[in-house]
Design a protein around this ligand. Structure first.
Ligand code: OAD
Length: 244
């Protein structure tokens, strides 16, 4: 069954369609990044959901920064896996390709992907709480309360926290890509967090062919044309191997 479905996806890619790929934490699992709902990741006795909020940062920015420094240290040695690499190769091969990710780990860029819409931000980017400037900063020895070079105000991780809105420009770019694509591939996301979870259905409503790759069925699977069960690191490179 998986083989037949892979054939269907390969032939879609060979047709040179306008492809949008949406990824979630599952694509980075084989690189060693914990997924959100797979395990209960605790830091000290805090849950991520209690620290990744604007309220926590307002109350105790030093504690929230300590948490993010810890996360950056965990992520720093991790490398893209064959699924990230296959998507970067696809981008180089297809004239119309957009990658939308919910991940903040930066592994798609490390694999060589270029046109990336990061819905939830990027942990390697810092944003000034004063002037709003965003800069890449991969240092692992940031001061406990890093400040902006331009205006001196406190910096924060450039990620979307629980209870925050997504950047409207970023979201608009994602919608624009989804509304015009004719093939959407959704990889390693539980389909539980909006607005990302509804992008596949939107593509489907607009007439696109929508397929999902995940270890297990998701609440969205029934709405899609195809649902492939397996590891992203196995399946995504197989799509590519016979598509070019
Ligand atoms: P989740 O942790 O909710 O879901 C990960 C999905 O990946 C699950 O459906 C797994 O079955 C699947 N999976 C795990 N390993 C896999 C593998 N090797 N190959 C294929 N699939 C695999 O992560 P997301 O859906 O990304 O938002 O979570 C969405 C958002 O929820 C996150 O971006 C985060 C969180 O709240 C923010 O932080 C704003």
């Amino acid at each position: 069954m998986t083989d037949t479905n892979l054939q269907i996806l390969r032939s879609r890619l060979q047709q040179g369609q306008d492809l949008v790929v949406l990824t979630g934490a599952g694509i980075s699992a084989e690189s060693g990044v914990p997924t959100f709902r797979g395990q209960d990741g605790l830091w000290r006795h805090y849950r991520a959901m209690d620290l990744a909020t604007p309220q926590a940062f307002g109350r105790d920015p030093r504690l929230v920064w300590e948490f993010y420094q810890w996360r950056r240290q965990l992520l720093a040695p991790l490398q893209p896996n064959p699924a990230h690499q296959a998507l970067a190769a696809l981008e180089a091969r297809l004239p119309r390709f957009t990658l939308i990710t919910q991940n903040i780990d930066g592994l798609h860029a490390l694999a060589g992907s270029r046109r990336i819409i990061e819905l939830h931000g990027n942990i390697w980017h810092l944003r000034c709480t004063g002037c709003g400037q965003v800069r890449e900063d991969r240092r692992l020895d940031l001061p406990p309360l890093p400040t902006c070079q331009a205006c001196g105000a406190l910096l924060r991780p450039h990620v979307v926290w629980f209870g925050e809105m997504l950047d409207p420009a970023v979201l608009a770019a994602a919608y624009a890509a989804v509304e015009t694509c004719d093939f959407m591939l959704i990889i390693g996301t539980s389909g539980l967090v909006q607005p990302a979870a509804s992008l596949g259905r939107l593509a489907k409503q607009r007439g696109a062919f929508v397929a999902e790759i995940n270890l297990e069925p998701t609440p969205q699977s029934d709405f899609y044309d195809l649902s492939l069960q397996g590891k992203a690191g196995d399946l995504v490179p197989q799509l590519l191997s016979a598509s070019g």
